[in-house]
Design a protein around this ligand. Structure first.
Ligand code: ADP
Length: 294
């Protein structure tokens, strides 16, 4: 397996936090959650980028109403598209290639992702959200091995059929020593518009189970809501069109928790680096005893 390139570390130095959004299987709302979390973070005043790395089914352009969007290249760098304050890059913006993606093999796919990451003019970002394809294939591996990512956010739905596969994704990232930011449960429950009661249509507890099994933070639950679905299809995300809805509120809570976990991971890393640096330095006592006459 290829090692991480220092070049990539340097080139991504203007991006403070890189968050990979992963799921075990498709259709659990990974892209929907990636986009609305990105918007929720941006609405707090943070500078946010969104990289749609779901190469086999890039859905972010549709969800942002940018189906015919494209990207410019200036000074050999991709210029991300601007949408609702987000800097957006998607394989879907390259229409011809996107139709061919299904036949691309691992190394080509990995190469494209690396280019999207390091050859894009992201400028200063507080968060770069990377919407990964579902599963444990080449793209999640490339992300983990190429770039200093802050961590992985896992999206699941409550059913065993989704959470049992999400476990495989968590295990893979743990083996690669990539921090797991936490888990969010999407389509968690349905809030009845008449009585406001929560109905657990798909059962309950899928994400909590993963959180307990792997001792990773449970960061939020997003309701099943018609507005989320129709907004995605119409290119009008709920974080823009219905900011006071319970769904938008759920995204805001999750975004706050994600931001808090990123800070914790960053400060743990800082501590580790400081303690490694002080282990490497000879202590003053050692140097005195080694040079008693100096
Ligand atoms: P994935 O990226 O995991 O394949 P998507 O984000 O494309 O999943 O979502 C799959 C479908 O489910 C889309 O039609 C989307 O609008 C819908 N969806 C996702 N989350 C919700 C939700 N919380 N409530 C209602 N529909 C949702």
């Amino acid at each position: 397996m290829e090692g991480r390139s220092l070049d990539a570390d340097t080139q991504m130095a203007t991006v403070k936090n890189i968050i990979g959004v992963a799921s075990g299987k498709g259709g659990v709302g990974k892209s929907t959650v990636s986009l609305n979390l990105a918007l929720a973070l941006s609405q707090t005043g943070a500078k946010v980028g969104l990289l749609d790395a779901d190469i086999y089914g890039p859905s972010i352009p549709l969800m942002l109403g940018m189906k015919d969007g494209s990207m410019e290249v200036e000074d050999n760098k991709l210029q991300p598209a601007d949408s609702n304050g987000l800097k957006v890059v998607s394989f879907g913006f390259f229409a011809d290639q996107s139709n061919q993606a299904a036949i691309y093999r691992g190394p080509i796919i990995s190469g494209i992702l690396k280019q999207f990451l390091v050859d894009t003019n992201w400028s200063e970002l507080d968060y770069l959200i990377v919407d990964l394809p579902p599963g444990t294939g080449d793209i999640p591996l490339t992300l983990a091995q190429t770039i200093p990512i802050t961590g992985i956010l896992v999206i699941t739905t409550p059913q065993d059929v989704a959470s049992n596969v999400a476990v495989k994704a968590v295990s893979m990232f743990e083996k690669l020593n990539v921090p797991i930011i936490g888990v969010i449960e999407n389509m968690s429950h349905f809030i009845c518009p008449n009585c406001d009661d929560k109905h657990y249509i798909f059962g309950s507890g899928g994400a909590k189970k993963i959180s307990e099994q792997f001792k990773i933070p449970f960061l939020g639950e997003i309701p099943l809501n018609y507005g989320i679905m129709s907004g995605s299809d119409l290119g009008k995300p709920i974080m823009i069109t219905d900011v006071d809805s319970p769904s938008a509120n759920a995204f805001r809570v999750s975004a706050k928790n994600v931001a808090a976990q990123c800070s914790i991971i960053a400060s743990n890393l800082q501590e580790e680096m400081e303690s490694e640096a002080s282990d490497a330095e000879p202590s003053s006592i050692t140097s005195i005893s080694e040079n008693p006459t100096s």
